[in-house]
Every structure is written in C-alpha cells, then in structure tokens.
Ligand binder design. Sequence first.
Ligand code: ADP
Ligand code: MG
Length: 686
Amino acid sequence: MENIKLDTSVQYLKGVGPKMYELLNKIGIYTVKDLIEYYPRVYEDRTKVTPIDEFQKDKNVLFFGTLVKPVSVAYAKRKKIVSTVVTDESGSLAFLTWFNQVYIKDRIKEGQTYLFYGKVSSVTGSRANLESCSIYDVDQLDKIQGLYPIYPLTAGITQNYLFKLISSLIIDNGILIKEIFDDDFRRKYNLVEANYAMQNIHFPKTFDVVNIARKRVIFEELFLFQLALMNMKDKNIISTNTNSYSDLDDSEFLKIIPFELTNAQKKVIAQIKQDMTAKVVMNRLVQGDVGSGKTMVAAIAMYLAVKNGYQAALMAPTTILANQHYLELSNYFEKLDISVEIITSSTTKRQKEKIIERLKSKEIDILIGTHSIIEDNVEFNNLGLVVTDEQHRFGVKQRMKLSSKGNVVDTIVMTATPIPRSLAIVLYGDLDLSIIDELPPGRKPVETCVVNDSYNQRVYNFLRNQIKEGRQVYVVCPLVEENEELDLNSVEKLFEDYKKEFKDFNVAILHGKMKNKEKDEIMQNFKANDIQILISTTVIEVGISVPNATVMVIENADRFGLAALHQLRGRVGRGSASSYCILKSNNKSPMARQRLEIMHKSNDGFEIAQKDLELRGPGDFFGIRQSGMPEFKLANLLTDTKVLEQTQEAVKDIISVDRKLELLENRKIKEALYEKYGEQLNNIVG
Ligand code: ADP
Ligand code: MG
C-alpha cells in the first residue's frame, strides 16, 4: 500500500484482514502509530552463531548447518513428520524435525548450508534434537543476527505475524515518527533521535542499543506526562509576582521552644527559607516519618511569614488534630505576641463571624483549622502562607482553593505518608520535595508483634501490666467504608469485650459517627489519663500525640495498608517508655503474613512503603489507579526513577523560560502534549 501515514488504520495494511483487524483491536492496535508503539516485552538473543557441539538443552540457538542427507517425510497417524540431519565445522550432528511443513522438502537440499534458528529440545552425546527451526539462507545472516523482539500476544496473533507487520512498516516502508526534541535538547539529556529509538526498540542489534532506545521512549513518556501535570496543577510555578521576605531570622522563636531542632529539621527549614527569597511561589512537600517533628517546621515557616507582614494558615484533616496543633502552637506564639485562632466545624456561627472580622482587619496572624477554613466566606487580609498537614487527605482542588484566597500564596504540604520518591514526583509533580529523614533523639523503636486470636488472653494480661505501670492503650479496629453499620457493630462489640475484661479501668470508644464535641472530650480525657483504654476506628490515625500511651493494638491488621499501619504505630513510642504494637490477624494467606512480617521487621516508613509497593504494585498504593494514574507504554514509575528526576528537571527548565510553550522551538512539544493529554488539559482550563 502506498502512502502509509501514522494515523492510517491498520486494516489497510497488507496481511490484515477483517479477522486480524479485530484481533489487533483487542490488543489496542487501531492505527499504524499504535502498531509501532506496540513495544516488545523482551528480546531473544540471536546475536551469536553457536557451533552444534555447544548446544544445550532448552537454549535457543542460531547456527549454520549443512544437510548430510536429503529431507525425508514420514507419515505418522495424523501428522506428516519432516526431518533431516545437519552438521557444521564442529562435526556434531543436529537432527531437525518439522511437522506438516512438507514444503521444506523443496526448500533445503542435501549438501547445502543454511542458517537455522530454534530451540534445542534435547542433547545426547554428540547429537542434538531440534523441532520447528526457522530456516534462512546463509547470506541473510546480517539481517537475522541481533536481538529478536518478543511481543505480548493475544490468542490468534503470533510473534511472527507481528514481526512481519511491524518490520514491513519500519524497514520496508521506512515509516517515520515525529521528533519533538531538537538537537540541543537531546544532547543535554543524552537522548537518541526518536526514529533511531523506535527502530532499535523493535529491531536492535545489541542490548546496549535497546537500553538507549528504551530510555529515549521512557523519557518522552514521562516528560509529556509531567508537563501535563504542571499545566494542570500549578498555575503559580512562575509568577511575576511573589511574596517578599526580607527578614529570615528565626532565632527568637528557636529560643522559646524546649528542644534543639534536629539536623533534618534545620535542613528543611533552610530549603523553605530559600523558597521565601527566591522569585518563585513556594510549593513544597515536606515528608517526614511519624514523629519526625513536622509541626515545628510548619511553625517556623508561619512565624517567618508573620514576621514579614503576612498572615498564615494551617489546615489539618480532623478537628482533633487541628485542636492539638492549636494547643501546642498558640502556647509558643503567645509568647511572641503573635495571635492565633482556630476554626473547626464545632466553632459556632457567631464565634466564626467574629474571627472572620478579625482576620479581615489583620488582628489575627495565624488561623488554624480543618478544611472548613477554605469555605468561601473566610477572608484574609493578607494571606501569604498556607500549610496543609497530612496532605493525602486533601485533594489538589482543596489546596488550590485555599491558595486562591490571597494574591500570591506560598504552600507547604506536610505528610507522614511515606511515598517513595519516584511516586511523589509524579503525584505531586508540581511540588518541590523536602524530607525530614531523622527522628528527634532518644526515640526508641516500637516493638511490634503479630498474633492471632489464640493469644487474646495473653494480650489482655500484657495490657493489664502496662496499665498498672501507669501506661495507656489504644485499640484500633479497621473501618471499611462500604459497610459502616457493620464496622460500627464490630467496634462496639470490641468495646463491650474490653469493658468486661477491664472492669477496674476506664475504657472509652471513639468513632467517626460521634459529634466533634464528644470526640474532643474523649481525647482530652485520654490525654489526661482519665481513660486508660481507647477503642477506636481509624479516626486517630493521624497526628495525635499522647506520650503516655505505650501500646497500640490493631485488630484485623491485615485489612490495613502498611502505610496506615505504620501511621497508627506512630501514635505510640512518643515518650521515654518502651512501646509496643500488637498486630492481630487470623488471616493465614502468605501475602497477608508477608506484609505483616514487614511491620514486625522494620520501623522505617520509607522502607515499609517501598516493600509494600513491591508486594502489591503501585496500582494498589492509595488507590492510585482510581486517581487516574496513566498507564505508560514503557515507563515504570517504580524503576525508572533516574529518568523521572531528569524529566522533572527538563520540565522545569522549559517552563521557566516558556510557560505556555509559545516559542517556535517548543511547538512540537506542545503539539505532542495536546495530542496526548488534550482532553485533560482542556478540562482544567474550562
Ligand atoms: P509529626 O512529624 O509526626 O507531625 P510532631 O510534629 O507531632 O511530629 O512531633 C512529634 C513530637 O516531637 C512533638 O511532641 C514535638 O514537640 C516533638 N519534637 C519536634 N521536634 C523535636 C526536636 N527537634 N527534638 C525533640 N522533640 C521534638
Ligand atoms: Mg503531625
């Protein structure tokens, strides 16, 4: 067929009838472009010619063979068995067999030498047996030698069919794809030309070539994806207008806090200060394991904002947590004459109106609250910095809404959820990343064990001993959202069990259906040690700090993600006493055991997250699949971390010069971006 273009339907290609067309559709191939982007999964090594005396069972071999006898055809029951014997310079013999392919009798002749490729089925002494070898003429060596692509298949499509289809396009028709990067760009990021990459992904000569070709394709995939992310998420990356900070002296604040900052905290604060002086709007993700002291980092950032004439806001995912931040921080800020207020869902309408008035007149410097502080009627006078705590509970939209409350708003997002770097870059492509990779001194790891119900009595005894030593206990029950009734029942049943068992102590229950006021009261009583055992659903998952609590019991632990388990475990081990986490599970499946075993072995949130990812795959991580993560043709977010970092840098470089991709040199990039992500981009704009 003449004039094949990238968008030509494959049904017009030679060799594609209606039936094959349907099968190709089944594996996502509709156009010529789809076909050449249908990349091989692995390659067969046909680089070496192997002498017959070196054949090994089950190995694929490319070899020369001279027929020592004519091809014979024997008729067995339903088969026609075609066979011959070949030899080479090594002197060993190879017995070749084909089934039903009688034409081979005329294809190869006694005394002649051919090139064969096939799998060795057995070797005995100096004779080898091979079945169904491919046959080539000797002068085809050049064409055959190299790596042979192995494509993912569906029933009805063979390797050979795809090979022929794709090679006829690329080799015979010389079809070309669009190169979107210019020479300078490619040199800078060490990328081969697009068509070279495409040809060598399908038909490479060596594995080195495969690697550079794959890298080029992966780079383009990740680059365009991150560029789309930037466009979607962040209108602030380059703003001509940024907040101005002239005073970055925090020594006064450091004097009033009762401890020395860890080096990791200092490092992150230095990065924040850099953002404050740079001519960009701050968009920083601060990641730190539970207990690493993120609140203090946020406090110092807010202190600097206020010192430079701005208001700041701190948003927490729950009322309990907002209250906790308020209690801790207002205590410090009071001493510095900085006014702090809190708005949560339990703030009355009248109180709220008053607070809003004082916000507008700038009598309030710092506002702490739940997401209710992004409601439309909360207005600031001069909001300059927003900190969101425990980011994974806030959507991008909510973040944006808050950012839109001031002219230019710097953003810090804090999370204890240990997202591996590669995923963080993708999920928060618009954010710079800071990591607090150190805990304050003196923290002891939480001792963790995994038990089943047969240990109930022993667990009770252990809890009793701890409580007698003056300690407190959390018991957590998983919440499965599809069936809140049932969950509530199971927490309530647990509550009854514990009350019966611990008649001499105070046992309380906490769950999401309770009123905020009730929840707060219970938390306050727990903090004051008026309650010794707190039974709850995961409402205590984030942030809560009760140093005297030393035991965390988690029921049906296998039903939690490891990241959540690690967070829960982080609720204990906050004081000087030894702490314990008891994971209860009756699940005997190897996967469940393996996952809980990770918790037993490691106290490092990042290691746990990485292992969990390896076990479950990225699709399960925080339901990423539901959140619309794209599936790439070649790129893998877990393993292509180096390329990810490069593409992030490349995207920043481009955007910093040409935000809207208007320069001529970026025209092709823009076209490709819209071709691939146009729909999403338009949704955001519209
Ligand atoms: P997270 O990172 O989990 O939010 P927090 O900010 O709640 O951690 O800090 C946990 C506890 O550690 C708090 O009681 C806090 O006062 C304390 N803390 C924070 N930084 C330090 C430090 N540098 N040295 C000692 N204690 C610290
Ligand atoms: Mg916290």
